[in-house]
Design a protein around this ligand. Structure first.
Ligand SMILES: Cc1ncc(COP(=O)(O)O)c(C=O)c1O
Length: 405
């Protein structure tokens, strides 16, 4: 019997601990806890009826192919639906520019495996999506953090980091951003910042990875062009785009896609071959039906109306119950599923988490969203999942527990 497995693990994986959020889930088992922690969309807007109809049709029409292996890059019908989906956003691509993924986390994993080696610098926002950090961490890169401001990444700080790295003779493998309603802050990057980010990417010859799960979930304000579209206007080839249908359809389906230059997509397809082979055809057929047979725009409007109401309820309750004028502030997102609360510097939200559990409410401590030098006094709130009639109570409980600190 092998006693010491640890020493046999690959060095890059030995200290790898996976998703920190996962470790907090065990505290949420108590059904009285109102959880604002997970990034879950609401089942209230799942396309349930469409899913039943599409499932039945797919199984009746094509059960043998559904039960078979399917093409690694993705199903032909889904490609066509994806091209139309992207064209809504002014992005026009050929099939070879698209790879179907088994959702957003898989898309991130492919990016990490394709580009990163231990020690490679990667520019990420401070804070940024914890799942991206976890995916990239498998390759042990060096995260170089850039603070996020009310209108997106601090691009001038980014310019400074890029210049410093150039002086060291290093070039980041890529810049990772979530420009629309970022997870965890809900912040959206302004158009001038998107343009400046691309200027920097060209100047320093660095790819940009744009992760866009929330782009369609805008509740107010004007849509801002995707970095991918802006790059295409300038000739293209600098941006890799990551999409998932988890937030606008349902996460259980596990379908997403990556877009980018043909060489990049071809190599990601080879990696997909080695890691999961193909995305289940059944899931892809469901996704194609949602995109083509359902009234997509009506569905998205329904999601927007539903989440807007929840966000407004949540914000109004925070205005009423949260302590103000005492170093407590929060973001007011224009879309997405999250907002970010900042507390006075001396409050450690990893400790506050346990007070909150006592008060029967949960959130994600902000420290989990930093690639380096985590700030301790922030927390992430998900407002999309909790039933409407519990939202105000959740805010009341959280406010009470912050006041006690
Ligand atoms: C920014 C971002 N990227 C990727 C993902 C992963 O998406 P999926 O659940 O489809 O794997 C998420 C999920 O929360 C996310 O917020």
């Amino acid at each position: 019997m092998i006693k010491d497995w640890e020493s046999r693990f690959a060095p890059t994986i030995r200290s790898y601990e996976g998703y920190p959020i996962g470790k907090t889930l065990k505290y949420l088992a108590d059904p009285e806890i109102i959880s604002l922690a997970g990034g879950l969309p609401s089942p209230d807007v799942f396309p349930r009826a469409e899913s039943r109809a599409a499932s039945q049709l797919a199984l009746e029409k094509d059960i043998d192919r559904i039960m078979q292996y399917s093409p690694i890059p993705g199903e032909a019908a889904l490609f066509e639906a994806l091209r139309a989906f992207l064209a809504r956003d002014g992005i026009h691509l050929e099939r070879e520019n698209i790879l179907v993924t088994t959702s957003g986390q898989h898309g991130l994993d492919l990016v990490g495996r394709l580009f990163l080696e231990p020690g490679d610098p990667v520019l990420v926002d401070r804070p940024t999506f914890a799942g991206a950090l976890v995916a990239f961490q498998m390759q042990k890169p060096r995260f170089v953090g850039v603070d996020i401001q009310a209108d997106g990444s601090d691009v001038e700080a980014m310019a400074g980091s890029l210049a410093r790295l150039r002086d060291e003779g290093r070039k980041p493998k890529f810049i990772y951003v979530v420009p629309d309603f970022q997870n965890p802050t809900g912040i959206t990057m302004s158009l001038p910042k998107r343009e400046r980010l691309l200027d920097l990417a060209y100047e320093h010859d660095v790819p940009v990875v744009e992760d866009s799960p929330y782009r369609d979930l805008r509740y107010r304000g004007e849509t801002i062009p995707a970095l991918f579209a802006l790059d295409q206007e300038r000739g293209g080839g600098q941006v890799v785009g990551l999409y998932t249908f988890s937030k606008i359809f349902c996460p259980g389906m596990r379908v997403g896609f990556n877009i980018g230059p043909k060489d990049v997509i071809a190599r990601m397809t080879c990696i997909k071959e080695g890691n999961i082979l193909n995305t289940p055809k059944y899931n892809q057929d469901l996704c194609t039906a949602f995109l083509e047979d359902m009234d997509l725009e009506a569905h998205i409007l329904r999601c927007r109306d539903y989440y807007r109401e929840k966000l407004n309820l949540f914000l109004a309750a925070m205005e009423e119950h949260f302590p103000t004028g005492s170093g407590v502030s929060w973001t007011v997102p224009e879309g997405g599923l999250f907002l970010w609360v900042s507390l006075p510097g001396e409050i450690d939200t990893a400790e506050l988490f346990f007070d909150a559990i006592e008060c029967k409410v949960a959130f994600v401590p902000g420290e989990q969203f930093y690639g380096e030098s985590p700030a301790k006094n922030h927390l992430r709130i998900n407002f999309s999942y909790v039933p409407k009639d519990q939202l105000v109570e959740a805010v009341r409980r959280l406010a009470g527990c912050i006041r006690k600190r």
